[in-house]
Design a protein around this ligand. Structure first.
Ligand code: FPP
Length: 543
């Protein structure tokens, strides 16, 4: 059980966070070599050619959709983007006729997920005249699972999908215990997190095992999925080594013992934002930014005095190494690590991309301003109004800064327009911050109340509305669902921003759901994510 304590080392309030579980593990870790890299890549290339032919040659619509869905579920969709897009463009052009719930839901999910326009009316045929779903469907587990997954892509004002989501959820909850694995495992995962919001890499890892157990798996696709998993895993291990070395050099455990030491969990988090090899640079940058933002959060929330908070905030506004001189020793370390990280990131960018670093610095400045505002309110004993608390809290969630930071290491699709867009706090970023903040407030309620903290957004809402916690939580959950509808909508609305970037924001928030809800507050309680980290980076697949 965690509790607050007076840290002997620092002689002030601190919080007994779970320690770093990994130490130097990833500095020396190397996944066992089963085949040479050269062999793996040559074999994978041959298999890719075979899969391309498979996609082209399958004539039946349902067969084609199933093939695409399987490829995506196995985590290798990114290798066939052009082919998948061509299939879906053709699919969109035909009128799809089927009375099978699974097939219709699959058609809907594939098109919507890829940004093609598709109406919820496609599900009208499964409803009674009063708008309820036909009870005959409630024993069709596969159909309900597909409906539930499709309905999670709901946008604003889609009443059919709203009803579908509750209907499918209830039906699956009743059926799950009578199902056989692997369907049972898939349903039970989806009940926590519908597939479109699930961490793709982890879902692929599970599904590879499940697909192998199916009666007639396609062995070409299966082999490719396994090989690619191991190839990408080896890359992830190299990246983990690099960021672990950076972290070891920074050494927060020794120097900043009050703070969460979460470099490996941060990297795991970011593997959910982008796992594909082409995002290697972006992944490393964002993982470092998240781990450091966590240290900054704890510096302001649990450790620094108001005066120290003020000094650090001033130094960050000035953003020059000389300003470190006036800071206490431990703050000097925080401050210089922050400045050095931004410098290092700038150095890694191409000359034409260097301007991006200024957006990151601006993001950190805005974040620190919000932390300082919170520290001042706490020191003054001020109880903010709900609106005041919400406005500051959306920024102090770090989500707006991290949305912007997620673009920094990406290639040419991250244009200047994209940085302008993300910095203007568009509705998608606002929705993302709301979802993340509401989830964090509900999940973190007990922890935050065990330390001396500013009233949370939830507290402010309860006070203002004179509501119990349970009633307020129901309201927050409704707002969270609304936020998801707005996030889904962002995929369908034309903006100057590439869908590649929109997907990063979506994935980021999905990872908050996965880590805080599915993995039971796993960012704060790393023992809850340890086994998933092992599965992704420590255990290779047998080939
Ligand atoms: C808000 C949220 C879930 C963000 C997830 C993204 C992430 C890991 C950001 C890094 C900074 C951080 C740990 C914020 C949440 O801390 P906290 O739980 O102590 O929240 P608080 O101090 O902002 O209340």
């Amino acid at each position: 059980m965690e509790d607050t304590f007076k840290s002997e080392k620092f002689g002030r309030k601190s919080y007994a966070y779970q320690p770093n579980l990994w130490g130097d593990f990833f500095i020396t870790h190397a996944v066992p070599i089963q085949k040479s890299n050269k062999w793996l890549k040559t074999r994978a290339d041959d298999l890719k050619d075979e899969v391309r032919i498979l996609i082209k040659s399958s004539a039946d619509t349902v067969e084609k959709m199933t093939l695409i869905d399987t490829i995506q579920h196995l985590g290798i969709g990114y290798l066939f983007e052009k082919e998948i897009d061509a299939v879906l463009t053709n699919l969109r052009a035909l009128t799809f006729e089927s009375n099978e719930l699974h097939e219709v839901a699959l058609y809907f999910k594939l098109l919507r997920q890829h940004g093609f326009p598709i109406s919820e009316d496609i599900f009208l045929k499964f409803q009674n005249e009063d708008g309820s779903f036909k009870t005959t469907l409630s024993r069709d587990a596969r159909g309900l699972l597909s409906l539930y997954n499709a309905a999670s892509l709901q946008i604003c004002d889609e009443d059919i999908l709203e009803k579908a989501s509750f209907f499918a959820h209830d039906g699956l909850k009743h059926l799950v215990h009578d199902l056989k694995s692997p369907l049972r495992d898939q349903v039970s995962r989806a009940l926590h997190t519908p597939l479109p919001k699930m961490m793709k890499r982890l879902e692929a890892r599970w599904y590879i095992d499940e697909y192998e157990e199916e009666e007639t798996p396609n062995h070409v696709i299966l082999e490719l999925a396994k090989l690619d998993f191991n190839i990408v895993q080896a890359l992830h291990c190299e990246e983990l080594k690099a960021i672990s070395l950076w972290w070891k050099n920074f050494n927060p455990k020794e120097k900043l013992g009050y703070a969460r030491d979460r470099i490996i969990e941060s990297y795991f988090f970011i593997t959910g934002v982008y796992f594909e090899p082409q995002f290697s640079r972006a992944r490393i940058i964002l993982a470092k930014v998240v781990a450091l933002a966590t240290i900054l959060d704890d510096t302001y929330d649990v450790h620094a005095t108001l005066e120290e908070c003020r000094q650090l905030a001033h130094a960050v506004e000035r953003w020059d190494k000389k300003s470190a001189e006036i800071l206490d020793e431990y703050l000097k370390i925080v401050y210089l690590t922050l400045i050095n990280l931004c410098e290092e990131i700038e150095n890694e960018l191409e000359p034409s991309e260097k301007y991006r670093a200024s957006y990151l610095i601006e993001g950190f400045k805005t974040l620190i301003r919000s932390y300082f505002q919170e520290a001042e309110w706490l020191a003054q004993g001020y109880f903010p109004t709900f609106q005041e608390r919400l406005d500051v809290s959306l920024i102090s969630s770090a989500i707006p800064m991290l949305c912007c930071a997620s673009f920094i290491g990406i290639g040419d699709v991250a244009t200047k327009e994209a940085f302008l867009w993300v910095n203007q706090n568009p509705d998608m970023v606002r929705a993302a911050s709301e979802v993340g903040r509401f989830i964090d407030d509900v999940i973190g309620y007990e922890r935050e109340h065990s330390m001396e903290e500013l009233p949370s957004v939830l507290d402010c809402y309860m006070k203002e509305q004179n509501m119990t916690k349970d009633a307020a939580v129901i309201r927050f959950e409704e707002w969270t669902r609304d936020g998801w509808r707005r996030l889904n909508q962002a995929f369908l609305e034309p903006t100057a921003v590439s869908p590649v970037l929109i997907e990063r924001i979506f994935n980021f928030i999905a990872m908050i759901h996965v880590m805080y809800i599915h993995m039971c507050n796993g960012f704060n309680e790393p023992t809850n994510v340890k086994k998933y980290i092992s599965l992704l980076y420590v255990e290779p697949l047998c080939i």
